[in-house]
Design a protein around this ligand. Structure first.
Ligand code: NAG
Ligand code: NAG
Ligand code: NAG
Length: 472
């Protein structure tokens, strides 16, 4: 396993947000790095955790939406696991504890067995419930969009589920609230996430507001809408054919297309952010090389208007046809993940200037090349004590020690026993600072046994942090 190397284009260390970790995943192999779930240390971009994909293509060979979320006052690492993005099945949104043990596995409830969770969403609400996105096939008269009378639709659903009890609290289906002529994709039957049909609306984010309504993003409608938390009815729709808002920015506030990750950014719901892909296929708004943008909108619900508050474009311009994210960090900076384009960019909260820009793979070959993609990127805190011990090997007189996923290691204490001594007579030999993912330490001649123990910032031994005793 080789971790991806970052190419750093911009890094103003005084201006970046201080959150210690970057969370992401790769959907395909990059060079010698298999697709994997990743945590990197923000301060030096060294690897903290990698969970390489299962090479046989089984469930878990692709992960997406890796981040921490708080549920019932506990922080979990959460992410979607599937065999592949467009594949036949998936297996849940996993909630992992500080030992990386799977605690909850959220999947659709009460639907047909072949109906599975799709890659797009797994969002904890303030009610300690989880919102997930689901594809489900159903027949449709597709003649209004040039399809057959016996057409097949992949509808987009979301469910709200209590992950602890698995109780289903709410189910919502796009077809009940939009008409098929709202779609921006031509009628075409495909197979994705185990469903076969026309992926007409493509729900890709959902969150719950403080007063219990749902904000939903539909890539294939190019619409973001708010829905009543009791009835599911549309309260308002922004963008796309269903748009109700007058555009105070000459069209630039409502012409977003194929967008992702729509979130409210103020308690009064006036500020709304999204990742506006635009994209080459089925062009709606922008044309050119710099079309994708992080977009912050100011909505006025009395006047029913939308205005561009902020736009974040890639420094050298980019078009990302799919995926992508827009996050707001603790210090107010904005973190944009560019989806199909393997770049992560942070913008200053006041100036809007790019203060951090890294690339973790070559640019994609074309607009449909998913191989170097990362679905969403997050920055935040995390504390983990893996259930497995540190790994240590000695080669050519050098001890190499690492503890995949451990966040609290500051130093390694090296215990040794010399030739002629027993393995239970190990004595503390030296303490060395941890150096990135894997620390290498020269082993003294005449050493017969060696063991590494992880120490925290207070130089205390971390429970579970002792490697096996190696006999040289
Ligand atoms: C997906 O399902 C189809 C139909 O059941 C099957 O022919 C195909 O082999 C499956 N593909 C994978 C990757 O499992
Ligand atoms: C949601 O629907 C319920 C029931 O019809 C209604 O009482 C409530 O006012 C609606 N909420 C919003 C925000 O429209
Ligand atoms: C809309 O965006 C385009 C592209 O950035 C820009 O050239 C144009 O001036 C904007 N229009 C308004 C009214 O802001």
């Amino acid at each position: 396993m080789v971790a991806p190397l970052f190419q750093v284009t911009t890094w103003d260390k005084t201006a970046v947000d201080r959150a210690p970790y970057i969370f992401m995943s790769t959907l395909a192999a990059i060079g010698d790095s298999p697709p994997a779930t990743y945590i990197f240390q923000s301060s030096d971009l060294s690897l903290v955790y990698a969970e390489p994909a299962a090479a046989d293509g089984s469930v878990g060979s692709t992960t997406a939406n890796v981040r921490t979320q708080k549920l019932n006052d506990e922080t979990y690492l959460t992410y979607w696991r599937g065999p592949n993005v467009g594949g036949n099945s998936s297996r849940g949104c996993g909630f992992y504890n500080q030992q990386y043990e799977l605690v909850y596995d959220v999947n659709p409830v009460g639907l047909a067995p072949e109906v599975v969770l799709d890659i797009h969403e797994c969002q904890v609400t303030q009610d300690n419930t989880v919102l997930i996105s689901i594809y489900a096939a159903r027949p449709i008269d597709a003649r209004p969009v040039g399809g057959p009378a016996d057409g097949l639709l992949i509808d987009s659903l979301f469910q709200e589920i209590d992950p602890v009890t698995n109780e289903l609290l709410f189910t919502w289906a796009a077809i009940d609230h939009f008409v098929i002529t709202d779609s921006h994709v031509p009628y075409e039957v495909i197979t994705t996430s185990g469903a076969t049909g026309w992926d007409w609306s493509h729900l890709n984010s959902v969150e719950k507001t403080a007063d219990g309504n749902y904000l939903v993003s539909f890539r294939h409608l190019s619409t973001v809408s708010l829905h009543n938390g009791t009835t599911g009815a549309t309260i308002w729709a922004l963008g796309g054919k269903a748009n109700q808002f007058a555009d105070l920015s000459g069209g630039n506030a409502t012409n977003f297309a194929w967008q992702h990750d729509a979130r409210f950014r103020s308690a009064d719901l006036r500020l709304l952010s999204l990742f506006d892909n635009q994209g080459d296929n089925n062009q709606i708004g922008c044309t050119g090389v710099s079309c994708s943008r992080g977009l912050l909108l100011d909505l006025d619900f009395e006047a029913v208007t939308a205005r561009v508050e902020r736009e974040y474009r890639y420094p050298i311009g980019l078009v990302s046809d799919a995926m992508g994210s827009y996050g707001v960090l603790d210090n107010g900076n904005v973190l944009v993940g560019w989806g199909l384009n393997p770049a992560i960019t942070e913008y200053h909260s006041d100036t809007g200037e790019c203060v951090f820009d890294v690339q973790f793979a070559p640019w994609p070959a074309n607009e449909n090349d998913f191989t170097n993609a990362n679905y969403r990127v997050f920055k935040g805190d995390w504390m983990a004590y893996p259930a497995w011990p540190p790994a240590a090997v000695v080669e050519d007189g050098v001890l190499y020690v690492s503890w995949n996923g451990a966040t609290e290691v500051s130093h390694w204490a090296i215990y040794t026993a010399a030739d002629g001594e027993l393995s239970d007579s190990l004595q503390l030999d030296l303490v060395a600072p941890k150096d990135g993912f894997e620390t290498s330490i020269a082993v003294k001649k005449k050493t017969r046994y060696v063991q590494a123990k992880a120490l925290n910032r207070d130089r205390q031994a971390i429970p579970g942090g002792s490697s096996a005793v190696i006999e040289l």
